[in-house]
Design a protein around this ligand. Structure first.
Ligand SMILES: [Zn+2]
Ligand SMILES: [Zn+2]
Length: 237
């Protein structure tokens, strides 16, 4: 009789507190929140968590819903509000969905040396990622010009994809101004490709898919044109 009573109590407790299945994860991420700027609110009724991260004048607000069969199924991620530059806004969402997916789905192509896949709860990795990245990027600098990459006022973010101050996020995760990166990629030396000034890894970006040979050929062509032009100027003066 007593056991039944306890079971009933546990059942109703779980029904009323659906987030208790990730209470440990929630308490872990709460330690990472920066006091006064970040917020993590539990919504037991909708079995969800509202995460707000703020850095300077930039903010993001995410709604994370814990499904009934958590952690077998990953949390559902919705962006409610975010004023980061579009490149980052898109990346935060895509990457957090990907992190959550990787917690519950084994990799499609398994490498022989990989350890066996272990299912993991997805709340903590996603929230940690959002907190860390949202804070870090706002204060990062473009290593080409050594200037702070994010303008202080989010309203002045360059939205033109090819504008000089448009922010580019290269494959390794580091940030450059469009113009700074473009100049670097198109200027010699071209051997071995271009390396990130911050971490030294090879620079990959969808906007610059040219091979080193093509870039070099174009550079040589431009230089030749310039010489011709200089000769004409010399001749005329
Ligand atoms: Zn720059
Ligand atoms: Zn890098």
């Amino acid at each position: 009789m007593y056991v039944l009573h306890v079971l009933r109590f546990v059942r109703s407790f779980i029904d009323e507190n659906p987030l208790c299945c990730c209470s440990e994860e929630i308490s872990n991420v709460k330690k990472k929140l920066i006091e006064g700027t970040d917020e993590l609110k539990l919504r037991q009724k909708t079995s969800s968590v509202v995460l707000k991260v703020k850095e300077g004048q930039y903010y993001l607000k995410y709604n994370l819903t814990v499904p009934e069969n958590y952690p077998d199924q990953q949390i559902k991620i919705e962006e409610k509000d975010c004023n980061y530059p579009p490149v980052f806004k898109r990346w935060f969402l895509a990457q957090s969905v990907e992190i959550a997916r990787q917690c519950v789905e084994p990799p499609k192509k398994k490498k022989p040396k990989d350890p066996p896949f272990v299912l993991r709860p997805s709340m903590e990795p996603v929230v940690s990622f959002l907190i860390d990245e949202a804070h870090r990027y706002v204060n990062s600098e473009c290593k080409m010009c050594r200037k702070k990459a994010f303008p202080d006022d989010p309203k002045t973010v360059e939205l033109d994809e090819y504008g000089a101050l448009h922010l580019e996020r290269v494959y390794c995760g580091h940030v450059y101004h469009h113009k700074c990166l473009d100049t670097y990629i198109k200027t010699p030396p071209f051997q071995k490709g271009k390396m990130c000034h911050t971490c030294g890894s090879r620079i990959f970006h969808d906007k610059w898919k040219l091979t080193a040979e093509t870039v070099e050929a174009r550079w040589a062509h431009k230089q030749a044109k310039q010489r011709e032009l200089d000769e004409v100027v010399d001749f005329l003066s």
